[in-house]
Design a protein around this ligand. Sequence first.
Ligand SMILES: *Cc1c(COP(=O)(O)O)cnc(C)c1O
Length: 383
Amino acid sequence: MTQACIRVAEPVLDGREAEYVLDCIQETWISSRGKYIERFEAMLAEYCGVAEAVVTNNGTTALHLALVAAGIQAGDEVILPTLTYVATANAIRYCGAIPVFVDSEARYLNVDVSRIEEAITPRTKAIMTVPLYGHPVDMAPIKEIADRHQLMVIEDSAEALGATYRGQQVGSLAKCSSFSFFGNKLITTGEGGAITTDDKDLATYMRFLRGQAVDPNRRYWHPEIGFNYRMTNVAAAIGVAQMERIQFHLQRRKRVSQWYFERLEQRQDLLQLPYAAPWADHSYWMYNVLIQPDVAVQRDAWMDELAKVGIETRPVFYPVHWMPAYQQYGGNFPVANDCSARGMNLPTHGKLTESDVDYVCNQVVSSLDRMSGRRKTSVRKAA
Ligand SMILES: *Cc1c(COP(=O)(O)O)cnc(C)c1O
């Protein structure tokens, strides 16, 4: 009947993770000092091609730290897409700043660049970009707008480590870029985050704020309100082992996506497949599909059908302006609303085999055919 559950995401920890964690325990460096923290920061900075990386205890605190260090204050306005994970907006609210939502565009689900300028007011301080599911944003026109209006660009790149934009690594495209190392991300430290930047002074200031803003020359003296957003050496040890194999983790995701494309290409009557712009190298953190508008199937009912045959999926994020705490910042965002209602992430992780993807694709197509009353079919890999 149903085979064992195929999960939507799973970490792959088969490098030197266990060895490095054991090393932390044996040397008793388990708190937020130790060699793995600096090593992990250096590896991230080098990989992204920037001067500095500052690691934190999760991706949300990384975002908050970036915004505080960049000087975002109460009453400032920050532009962001409504189609994102709630953490992007929460970090803005933690600063007392006002989120100003913008609609997305339907092909790669990132912010609709043509709608940014109309959202700018005299109070706007920054544009936050979010490369969703691993597709980079079209940064050149965004930077042009930002420069013209003297705004900062800060990127929530939690989902796009490893992606490139016109050959440049995500993480090097904005004033600062934040990452998350939650268990379902491209690389994981359990919980963890980082900010990458080319600005060394900003990095120094972020490290200061991260550690309760303690005066470097006077212990227990705190000239500003800081945070405890430090990452542990144990988490960083896992991160170092993950970074040692980042090419492997990236290639696995791309291979899984390729298997999906080979099987689902022939059924674009049912599904809109992920789109990669010519200037983008998509990291395929999550393989995302949208039910075609003329296929009369409710996304949630479809997810339930797949769960019954052991396939875990996840919906495209609900637009943040739908959430009770954000309705007051709402507006008219038809594309985000529509993509959220029709969109779903298929299982995407490094442990999936080609036969897992075969099984998922056959179930995906047969359930949609059945539920929409279309012909009954299965899929085979294109010859
Ligand atoms: C994962 C993620 C974050 C941060 O998540 P944490 O769970 O706090 O590490 C932020 N923004 C986006 C878009 C994400 O996907």
